[in-house]
Design a protein around this ligand. Structure first.
Ligand SMILES: [Zn+2]
Length: 198
């Protein structure tokens, strides 16, 4: 345990995903030794990102406006909707340049162990988007792991009776991993070779 505010800093850093107690200490001491202007820049960007960045009211992508850049873009195909877990998956898929439709960001995946079910995700907001009849195909691009599979299976059962074409990414993605870690070529191929969900 360290004195007052230093320990507070270590505690706060330790709450971040992927930062264990040792890393939290290392980052804290790095910040203590850093130039005040460098630390100020980090602090400013943390405050600014929370003040400026919101979530798109339509697809829950990260956005600086009411609607994100992709939802606002009239050149995007309104007939194809790609369902992903997180904002970072949108970034990964956009990098492949294989997809010209729009997205729906769930905000996570079904994980009973963590107490996350469909109600904790943006599933209910997905339904009105499909009700208009504009969307004809839903691509389920959840992570190739247990939670991602469970989420895709749940959504397939929900969406197929609506008469939509429901597709999954082709196999070839590293199993157990995150979509965002797949390289562009692999992810691009998985998109191009997508298959109907059963
Ligand atoms: Zn959007």
């Amino acid at each position: 345990m360290y004195e007052g505010v230093v320990q507070d800093l270590i505690d706060e850093l330790g709450r971040l995903p992927g930062v264990g107690p040792k890393s939290a200490q290392r980052i804290a001491f790095h910040l203590l030794q850093a130039e005040p202007t460098d630390v100020r820049r980090l602090a400013d960007v943390l405050i600014e990102v929370k003040a400026r960045v919101k979530f798109c009211s339509v697809c829950f992508n990260v956005s600086e406006d009411e609607q994100c850049r992709i939802c606002r873009d009239p050149r995007r195909d309104p007939a194809v909707l790609c369902v992903v877990e997180e904002y970072k998956d949108v970034v990964a898929i956009e990098r492949t340049r294989e997809f010209r439709g729009r997205y729906h960001v769930l905000g996570g995946a079904i994980s009973p162990i963590d107490g996350i079910g469909p109600d904790q995700l943006h599933v209910k907001e997905l339904m009105p988007r499909l009700a208009s009849g504009e969307v004809t195909e839903v691509i389920l691009a959840t992570d190739p792991n247990l939670e991602g599979e469970a989420t895709a299976t749940y959504l397939t059962r929900l969406l197929l009776p609506m008469g939509l074409r429901v597709t999954r990414l082709a196999s070839g993605l590293p199993v157990g991993g995150d979509l965002e870690y797949a390289d562009e070529v692999t992810l691009g191929r998985a998109f191009a070779g997508r298959r109907s969900a059963e």
